[in-house]
Structures are given as structure tokens and as C-alpha cells.
Design a protein around this ligand. Structure first.
Ligand SMILES: Nc1nc2c(ncn2[C@@H]2O[C@H](COP(=O)(O)OP(=O)(O)OP(=O)(O)O)[C@@H](O)[C@H]2O)c(=O)[nH]1
Length: 383
């Protein structure tokens, strides 16, 4: 599974942090339990814990980008006995390696103290308090008193993370109406321009005609950068005189895209900090003006979030949702960050679709969001 291994490699920092933490938790209480895994073999499969309530999924639109492989997600609780002997031996962390393979994997009894350590680890991995508590409660449901190895805990955690992420894993919907207007918003440097370039390239490859509008009319460098991405993707970039009204550029771009029969119009916007009221009002104006041309537009408002900002991503979603009708998220810079856990918190709290994730700076470094792959990469589970 090429994509999975690529994602796993790139999420190494998140998974290594979690993995080291899990190793330490089990190691802490494993002394007396090491080598006692055969006692685990008779464990009944735990009851499937109740999934927390989530917002209803929107109607499934026609999807152009590859849909995530949600059908691959296992529905049943894992067979712990089997996990202990097979998977536990395969990759394991430091503890598994020290203690050898299979049956000799150290285990720790799941009690309140261990649960608390797990909660703290997940909070430190940027999942946020509420989500960490919910995830650990579900992991523990029906399993208190059982002896678990690191690999088993990873598997349970991955299963819970998958459960949280599954409802939000949706490719960018493609509508019949053209031009489909995709407004791209986010704070400075979150990766809007790069993401537009990557998306434009993928849509072009899928046979769609795309036009990009350079909505950051104040920064010449931003326009230049977008033009570079336009060239890479083979897509025209519409721009206006420096300092002109971005709302009027957006309107002109809609007229042009319609004239040219474009399938998609992607509008880049200036990066704006949540606390800059003037910039936030400018964004509302762009939306109002776009709607004069097409009351159903923008058809998608993508909020681009930088994974390295960790928990701050939550407040960005809150602010941008108030101003623009955010319809979906793209999380960039998941490569090389130890803060991948924030994606779980976002999914748990807002239930907004995650259309794609950025895993690098190159044009093809935008992957569809696959919850199972993500959960496995985050927890450091072996293939
Ligand atoms: N490693 C990594 N870098 C990324 C990713 N996406 C974007 N970047 C980098 O992040 C930096 C900012 O990206 P931009 O696309 O310019 O961000 P922006 O939101 O358009 O920035 P402003 O126009 O200043 O608001 C650039 O150096 C990109 O190469 C990603 O997925 N991974």
C-alpha cells in the first residue's frame, strides 16, 4: 500500500511520539506482567463501545478525487488474543523489541491509573481534552482489568481514531453546475496557494477545466507565487491590479470563468488572522459579491489549516465558520509534525469534511484523506 507507507513515513513524528509514550506507559506497569500474555488468550471480544454522537453526514455528492477506502475499515472489535501473538510481534516499539517477540510482549493491566496515563498522552498529542477522554473511554469499554500489550493498545487506539474520522473523510464534492466556485480561506501561511496548485493539478488530470483567481490583491509576491503554481498545474491565473478590491476580482473571475466554460473556479484569498476584523469583513464582502453573480456560490469554502499550529486550528475553524460558510477542510503540513492528533479533535468537535491532507511541498503531495491509513500512521501501527 504505497500511499499508506508514504503517509506513515511522513507522519513519523506524530507516531513516534505516541509510540514512545505507549511504550513508557506499558513498561511502567509491565514488570510483574511480562511473559504472562497467555492469560490473555481466553479473553472474550469486548463489546463494541458506543460511538459518540456525530453530525449527520451531508448528501454524498459526485466525487472527482479518489474516494477514501472507508469500506476497508473493520467493523468488529479486534481479536486481542490474535493481536497479542501476531501483530504484537511484528513491529512493536522499544519495549516489544527489548522483550522479544510474540507471547513474551510485556503487558499491563488496564486500570484507572493506566487510563489516566493514556488520556494524558493523547492530550499531549494534540487531541484535546474532550476527544482524548472520549477516545480512551471507548478504548476501555469492556476491557478494564485486561492485560494489554503496546501493540494491542495501538490497535485499539487506531480503531477508535478511525471511528472518529470515518464520517468526515470525504473528497471535495463536484457539482453539476459550472463554474463550480471554490473559495479558499485560511490564516497566513497555512498553505492556501500551495493547496490550490495541487488541487488544480489533480482536477486537470481528471479532465476538468480550471481557472484560478488571485484574490490576494495586496501582496505582489502572493500573486507571483500563485502564477508559478498555475504554470505547474497548467491552469490560467486571473489577477487584478495591485491593491484593487478582491471582491471585484472575484466577481470578474466568475464572469470570465463562465465565458470560458470552466468547470471550476478556485479563488485564492489573502491570509487573514482571526483577530483582524477588517480582513475578516473583506472576506464576507467577497462572499456577498460572488452571490450577486450566482446565489448558490461559493459552492465550496475550503478552510486550509496548518497541522503544525496544533490546537489553534480549533479556534481557526470556529472563527472562519462564523464569517464564511466553511464547507470542508484541508489539513496541510502533516509531514514532519508531531501534532497530527489535532485532526482527530477537529473531526470530533466539528464534523466538517476533511477533503485532503498536505504531506509535502510538491505538486503531488496532496492525498485524499483515508481514516484508516491516517489512524494507523498516527499510532505507528505496522501494515
Ligand atoms: N511541508 C509542507 N509544507 C507545505 C505544505 N503545504 C504548504 N506548505 C508550505 O507552507 C508555506 C506556505 O504555503 P502557502 O501556500 O504560501 O500558504 P498561504 O496560505 O497561501 O500563505 P499566505 O498567502 O501568506 O497567506 C510554503 O513554504 C509551502 O511550501 C505541506 O503539506 N507540507
Amino acid at each position: 500500500m504505497a500511499l499508506f507507507s508514504k503517509l506513515k513515513d511522513r507522519l513519523f513524528k506524530s507516531s513516534s511520539r505516541l509510540e514512545a509514550g505507549l511504550d513508557a506507559i506499558v513498561e511502567e506497569g509491565a514488570g510483574a506482567e511480562a511473559g504472562a500474555s497467555s492469560e490473555n488468550a481466553g479473553l472474550a471480544a469486548p463489546e463494541t463501545p458506543a460511538a459518540p454522537e456525530r453530525p449527520a453526514a451531508p448528501e454524498a455528492p459526485v466525487a472527482d478525487l479518489p474516494a477514501p477506502g472507508s469500506e476497508e475499515v473493520p467493523a468488529a472489535a479486534p481479536d486481542l488474543a490474535q493481536l497479542g501473538t501476531q501483530e504484537g510481534a511484528r513491529s512493536g516499539g522499544l519495549v516489544s523489541r527489548l522483550f522479544g517477540r510474540g507471547d513474551s510482549a510485556p503487558r499491563r493491566v488496564l486500570d484507572d491509573e493506566m487510563l489516566e496515563s493514556l488520556e494524558e498522552l493523547l492530550i499531549a498529542s494534540d487531541m484535546g481534552v474532550d476527544t482524548a477522554l472520549r477516545v480512551t473511554a471507548n478504548m476501555a469499554a469492556g476491557r478494564m482489568g485486561q492485560k494489554l500489550s503496546v501493540e494491542e493498545i495501538k490497535r485499539l487506539l487506531a480503531e477508535e481514531v478511525t471511528r472518529v474520522m470515518e464520517p468526515v473523510a470525504r473528497p471535495l464534492p463536484i457539482f453539476q453546475k459550472t463554474p463550480q466556485v471554490v473559495l479558499v480561506v485560511g490564516v497566513n501561511g497555512s498553505g492556501k496557494t500551495t493547496t490550490i496548485g495541487k488541487l488544480a493539478s489533480q482536477f486537470r488530470a481528471a479532465g476538468k477545466s480550471v481557472v484560478i483567481a488571485a484574490g490576494d490583491t495586496f501582496r505582489a509576491a502572493a500573486v507571483e507565487q500563485l502564477e508559478v503554481w498555475g504554470q505547474r498545474a497548467g491552469v490560467p491565473v486571473l489577477k487584478a491590479a495591485q491593491g484593487s478590491d478582491p471582491a471585484s476580482l472575484a466577481f470578474d473571475a466568475m464572469v470570465k470563468a463562465e465565458e470560458e466554460g470552466a468547470d471550476l473556479l478556485m479563488i485564492d484569498t489573502a491570509g487573514r488572522l482571526q483577530n483582524r476584523q477588517d480582513l475578516m469583513e473583506e472576506l464576507s464582502k467577497i462572499v456577498r459579491v460572488i452571490r450577486k453573480k450566482d446565489p448558490t456560490a461559493p459552492h465550496n469554502t475550503l478552510l486550509v489549516l496548518d497541522a503544525t499550529t496544533g490546537q489553534n486550528a480549533l479556534s481557526q475553524v470556529e472563527t472562519f465558520r462564523k464569517l464564511a460558510d466553511v464547507s470542508g477542510l484541508v489539513m496541510t503540513k502533516l509531514d514532519g509534525t508531531a501534532k497530527g492528533g489535532v485532526l482527530v479533535a477537529l473531526a470530533d468537535k466539528f464534523g466538517l469534511p476533511i477533503h485532503a491532507i498536505g504531506v509535502g511541498e510538491q505538486i503531488d503531495d496532496l492525498a485524499p484523506f483515508d481514516p484508516e491509513d491516517f489512524a494507523r500512521a498516527l499510532t505507528g501501527l505496522s501494515d
